[in-house]
Design a protein around this ligand. Structure first.
Ligand code: COA
Length: 192
């Protein structure tokens, strides 16, 4: 295995690495995709590419985005999606997790649950976060199954703009007691 200093964590199949400037092209394509936007109950991005690049590169250079937003790659180094955590609440020691695999050919092949599993372990090991939660549309059963496989459990529901969302969570103390065989291998990439 080639040692790369932008790799944050390795699962059985998925690799999480830090974002780089060239990622903007795929990010724009994925964020503009109507089908993908449906899963986030959000409108697709409609700003011109140049404007998107301007904001995106500002975030990459001047914010902490590289600490909490990662590219997902497959075993061959092909980038297939993104994973991030945000809305960090220091007093409650919790944050929200988001993932999107932008390449539909890669859905239901184990990459999503693997990426979430290693991300959860990375965040619990390297930050003070004790609880991770996420929102997913009630009809998105593939996502729910992937999150369950990564240790998340449903803890509530809410409604927004006529859509029902499930809230799912994973807690550090419960994750530590999960059976070893239920966890994805932890490759222990570089920790900064
Ligand atoms: C959600 C997402 C990250 C999951 O990643 P993934 O790689 O597809 O998920 P996995 O293959 O790890 O797990 C999916 C599981 O759901 C199952 N599944 C697929 N379609 C299903 C359906 N319609 N109903 C129930 N289960 C389903 C798969 O068989 C698999 O379970 P298994 O391994 O027990 O057989 C990815 O599909 C994605 O990004 N989708 C588009 C955007 C999206 O939904 N984002 C999430 C917003 S919260």
């Amino acid at each position: 295995m080639i040692c790369r200093d932008d790799v944050v964590a390795r699962g059985r199949r998925a690799v999480l690495r830090r974002k780089r400037m060239s990622d903007v092209v795929e990010d724009y394509a994925w964020r503009s995709d109507e089908n993908l936007a449906r899963f986030d109950a959000a409108p697709p991005v409609r700003v011109p590419f140049a404007d998107y690049v301007r904001n995106w590169s500002f975030d990459l250079r001047f914010t902490d985005v590289t600490e909490r937003a990662f590219a997902i790659e497959d075993e061959s180094g092909r980038r297939i999606g993104n994973l991030m955590y945000y809305n960090a609440d220091r007093s409650r020691r919790q944050a929200e997790l988001g993932i999107s695999i932008g390449e539909p050919d890669y859905w239901s092949r184990g990459y999503g649950s693997d990426a979430v599993t290693v991300a959860v372990r990375y965040i619990f090991q390297h930050t003070s976060v004790r609880r991770l939660y996420l929102h997913t549309l009630d009809w998105n059963q593939r996502a729910q199954r992937a999150f369950e496989k990564a240790g998340f459990a449903v803890c509530g529901t809410f409604w927004r703009n006529g859509q029902t969302f499930l809230v799912m969570e994973v807690r550090r103390e419960r994750q530590a007691t999960r059976p070893r065989e239920a966890r994805t291998a932890w490759g222990g990439g570089r920790a900064r």
